[in-house]
Design a binder for this molecule. Structure first.
Ligand SMILES: [Fe+2]
Length: 374
């Protein structure tokens, strides 16, 4: 204890700093001598305002403060420092010549850690300073340890986020490749796949679906026709209309897609499977493959059912010309019994957004990674 450094935390061999605030120079001198004698560094302030200023500037290990001072008294300074999270841990000794019980209670209520009476007993002073420095040392250690832990948590969180992003990118890449494999044989373009994703996203979001469900629909909807990979070329690539038998074969792309995506592990793949299986189901029960009706059809399937039809109407096909936005909307309106009324209502509200998404992504090639890898 001779040089005053051993009371502080290991690794921080510095002298403890003790600030004395008293308007009486005589007491300042007495305290400074005592503090110097213990090997600590003393700083002084002549009033309450200066005490506050020096606490913030010098960050003392202890503040010793007189009660009665011109301007702000010792109780008020104590209360302010204890109310401030950045100074609340600094131990405060209130020194007073007032010996009545009321003043002592007021000192404790203001947040002081110790009380000392004038004239100061040297042995008592030493003991109280020693105790408070020990407490301060542990509090400093805890604060430092807390900050270190906080930093480690932030680091780990960043690492986890990076790992998650890698997995997400890997997933999107896989979706892209799987979809590419299916579309490779089809006449439809990558633009169709991208647009389905975008329309479905805005519609699902507009309908108030939770963010996670919107994301699952965004990533899952590109795979709605993945089952076409299992349709023979003679049917899939046929120019002109299909015979009833060929149409029955075409219809199996829903169940083939669901089989490709069976037993999914992730929420997104579950939604992708749901969409692949149900995007040709109709609200009035006249769809396929199961003839589900109304809310027996998952919302993801109800959404993709409408947006898939809108995009097919806007696109040129071997058996039809491309329709403009108004004509496509008119055809959809004429068949509204097949759509969920809420999905249909959302489509009407977002009609201009659909027109924009189609126009902006009209000539997209099979490179929608740029969008979905964001
Ligand atoms: Fe389909």
């Amino acid at each position: 204890m001779a040089d005053g450094t051993e009371q502080l935390a290991p690794g921080l061999p510095r002298k403890a700093k003790i600030l004395v605030a008293d308007d009486d120079r005589f007491y300042i001198q007495i305290f400074s001598d005592l503090i110097d004698g213990l090997g600590y560094e003393s700083i002084s302030a002549a009033n309450g305002a200066e005490a506050l200023e020096k606490v913030r500037a010098f960050r003392p290990d202890i503040l010793i403060i007189d009660v009665v001072m011109p301007g702000m008294n010792g109780f008020e300074v104590t209360r302010r420092l204890k109310d401030d999270p950045s100074t609340t841990h600094i131990p405060i000794i209130i020194v007073t010549s007032l010996s009545d019980r009321g003043s002592k209670l007021k000192g404790l209520h203001s947040g002081a850690d110790e009380l000392l009476s004038k004239p100061v007993d040297e042995a008592e002073f030493r003991a109280r300073i020693g105790n408070l420095l020990k407490v301060k040392k542990y509090e400093d250690y805890l604060l430092e340890h807390g900050k270190k832990l906080e930093g480690e948590v932030v680091d780990k969180t960043v690492q986890l986020e990076r790992a998650f992003e890698k997995i997400r990118h890997g997933y999107v890449e896989t979706v892209y490749r799987l979809t590419l494999a299916a579309e490779y044989r089809d006449k439809e373009t990558g633009g169709h796949i991208k647009r389905i994703s975008l329309y479905s996203q805005v519609l699902a979001s507009h309908m108030g679906l939770p963010a996670q469900a919107v994301e699952a629909i965004f990533f899952g909807s590109p795979m709605h026709d993945v089952g076409k990979i299992g349709i023979p070329d003679s049917v899939l690539l046929k120019e002109g209309s299909h015979t009833p038998e060929e149409f029955e074969i075409m219809k199996t792309h829903s169940t083939i897609g669901a089989n490709i995506l069976r037993d999914p592990d992730s929420g997104i793949l579950r939604t992708a499977r749901e969409i692949a299986l149900t995007h040709h189901e109709r609200w009035d029960g006249k769809g396929y493959p199961m003839g589900l009706k109304r809310d027996e059809i998952p919302i993801s399937g109800r959404i993709v059912h409408l947006v898939d039809i809108y995009d097919a109407l806007r696109s040129k096909r071997p058996y039809k010309e491309a329709f403009d936005h108004e004509t496509a909307c008119g055809i959809i309106d004429g068949q509204k019994e097949r759509f969920d009324p809420e999905v249909f209502k959302g489509f009407l509200t977002l009609s201009e957004e659909f027109r924009r998404l189609f126009d902006e992504n009209r000539h997209e090639e099979l490179d929608f990674r740029k969008t979905i890898l964001l």
